[in-house]
Structures are given as C-alpha cells and as structure tokens.
Design a protein around this ligand. Structure first.
Ligand code: PLP
Ligand code: COI
Length: 352
C-alpha cells in the first residue's frame, strides 16, 4: 500500500526541549488509514495534525471499541533516530484487536507507516537527556450506528508527541496506593489487551489515590484482591532478598515490552528473576523482615520508575527515598541502548 503525504502549510514552532512535559504537544502531521469490509485497510495517508470530525453515533463514543499503543523514537548522539522493539508493539496491536473484534492490521506495513511518519517529523525528536518522541498509534470503531455489534468500519491513526519524563518526579521514586476496593481486570476479561476501556475503568481508583497524595495505583488481582498485578501505566518488579519478582502473565496484566526487556537484561546479568504470584501479604512480610530491597515499575512512558512507598490500607510500606542500584542500572542500560550510547547487543533497536 502506498502512503500519500499531504504536508502542512503552517508548521508549528518546536517546543523548548528543557521544558517538555508528557503528552501535551503534538507534531505537524499524523498518519491515518481506514478499514471497511470491502477494501480492508486502505487509503494510507499522512495529513496535517488536526481535529477529526465524526458522526455523534460513532461506535467508539458509545461502546469503547478502541485500542492503543505507546512507543518512542529516540535521537542518538550521531544524529540517527531509532525505535525500541517496535515490532513488539505491532504484534500487541493485533493481540488487542483480536480481543475486541477489530480486524488485524498488517504489522509490517503499520511499522512502515510509523517509520514514515517519524521520518517526516525528524526535527521533532528531542535530543535533551530523558526526552523522546512518544508515538501513539490507536484504532477506533467508526460505524455510525447505535446497535451493539462489532463495527464494520475503523480508523488506524498515529500521532506523535515530544515528551520528557512521565511522572513529574522524573526518575525519582514515586509513591503508590494499593487499591483494595476497585479492580482493573479479571481472568477472561480484557486486562492483557491495550483497550481504551481498561484505562477508563482504572480512573476512579487513580483519582482516589491522587486525593491521598499518591501518583498511581497498584492493582491487586480481581478475584481475591490478594496478589499484586501491575500499576496504572506500568508493570512492577520487587526485589526480595536476591530474587527479583514480577507477576506472571495470566491474562489480567499488560504484557509490557519494557517488562520483557528488563527480565532479559536481569537474566543476562545473572540476577535471579521469577515470574510468579506475589501476594501483598508476602510483600508486607518481606518489608517487615527487612528483606524488601527495591521496587520499581517499568513502561514505555515511565521507563524505569522506582517506587518510594506503598500505601496498603493502614500500612505504609516504605521502600526507599532514593533510586536503588538495580533500578539505576536498569535505567542507565535501557536508556543507553535506546539512545544508542550503549551497544545494542540484543538487537532491540530499529533505525528510522
Ligand atoms: N501496564 C499498563 C497498564 C500500561 O499501560 C503499560 C504501558 O504501556 C505497561 C504496563 C507497560 O508496557 P510497555 O512496557 O510495553 O510500555
Ligand atoms: C505507555 O507507557 O506507553 C502507556 O501507554 C502508558 C499510558 C497510559 C500513558
């Protein structure tokens, strides 16, 4: 499929790189392609970034048939631009699509589209330390019909946003609220897919946590509220003694690409990593016994985010006010590979 390019006549001014936040500024162009049952995915185009117009009856507004991805483009010191394991994001789009009946995309073509858009917007990839160009592909159901059924028509859209750290804390530890009332996902649900609805369902708990002064929520399993699952926008790792533990993929948490990469890095360093169930009681007990060494979240937006403390009911599990050595080493290695300052021995990066 060809990608047509319609360039803007009114390019925007680039932001001050030393003052970037997360997800507030968008580049000059976006990628769009349409789907209908007759033509499949078609009409791939890059157009000026701007508002889109939809019928008020459009399916996505009512029943939330939408998925999204989050990935980043990084500037290297020698002027190149690279993506990090982008084929994994494309694969995950199709996993998410499958769960909520969106037709599959051609993963190779979709990655080509992302690269073409990023290439056109090269000047927007920030170079300052800790910054990157966040890439947000998403798919929405576009039938204008109020009956509840699988939509026939869709749009795949990619927008770009120059960003700095996701949390205002930067890479300093964040404090997290353990949610014991609401749940995010249950087995058989959509937890493993990156569907918009998962995030809508998470907002009430996030709001509650924010009111108590916590930046995000640590979700427990949806059945017993006993086992640790993941954080609002990241997977979690806990070091207890010499074992680094992350919850297993059993359909309720997002299979994070950063999570997978962190496990591969840790194993390459001969650190003992376990994907296993971890109850909040075990975590609390490890804390009381002085065995809880480090905790951190992993995600594209969040990178490696050390966890300072967990609030669990009336208990405060204080981990550290400072970033621990493991989180620091992971952050340095991961961002080093992503930005090309460290050799990519894993073959994770893809040049644009
Ligand atoms: N879990 C949730 C709920 C997320 O939104 C994210 C962010 O994408 C992650 C985990 C981390 O996934 P990844 O490392 O692929 O960005
Ligand atoms: C990402 O890390 O890319 C995410 O999708 C998190 C998002 C909720 C901001």
């Amino acid at each position: 499929m060809n990608i047509t390019v319609n360039k803007t006549d009114t390019p925007k001014q680039k932001p001050d790189e030393s003052n970037l936040q997360f997800g507030k500024i968008f580049t000059d162009h976006m990628f769009i392609m349409d789907y209908n049952p007759e033509q499949g995915w078609h009409d791939a185009r890059i157009v000026p970034y701007g508002p889109l117009e939809y019928d008020p009856a459009t399916a996505v507004f009512h029943y939330g048939q939408a998925i999204f991805e989050g990935m980043k483009a990084y500037a290297t010191a020698d002027g190149a631009i690279q993506l990090f394991r982008p084929e994994q994001n494309m694969q995950r789009i199709n996993q998410s699509n499958d769960r909520i009946c969106i037709p599959p995309i051609d993963e190779v073509f979709a990655l080509e589209a992302v690269k073409t858009l990023v290439d056109l917007e090269r000047q927007w990839v920030p170079k300052a330390e800790g910054t990157s160009l966040y890439i947000r592909p998403f798919i929405i159901a576009t039938d204008a019909f109020l009956g509840l059924r699988v939509s026939q028509n869709y749009q795949f859209i990619v927008i770009l946003s120059p960003v700095a750290a996701y949390y205002p804390q930067g890479i300093n530890p964040v404090n997290i609220y353990v949610e014991t009332e609401f749940v995010r996902a249950v087995r058989g649900g959509t937890g493993y897919a990156k569907t918009a609805g998962n995030y809508a369902a998470s907002l009430k708990a996030q709001q509650k946590a924010a009111q108590k002064g916590y930046v995000q929520v640590l979700w427990l399993d949806g059945v017993e509220q006993k086992y640790v699952e993941e954080v609002g926008a990241m997977n979690v790792f806990f070091q207890i003694g010499d074992e680094v533990i992350t919850p297993p993929l059993e359909g309720t948490i997002l299979p994070g690409i950063t999570r997978q990469s962190v496990m591969e890095l840790l194993r390459s360093w001969d650190v003992k990593v376990s994907e296993r169930k971890l109850s909040i009681d075990e975590l609390h007990q490890a804390f009381q016994e002085g065995k809880l060494v480090e905790a951190f979240g992993t995600g594209t937006a969040a990178v490696i985010s050390p966890i300072g403390e967990l609030c669990w009911g009336s208990e405060i599990i204080k981990i550290s006010k400072e970033t621990g050595p493991l989180a620091k080493r992971l952050y340095t290695t991961l961002t080093g590979i992503q930005t090309g300052s460290l050799e990519d021995t894993f073959g994770w990066t893809v040049k644009v």
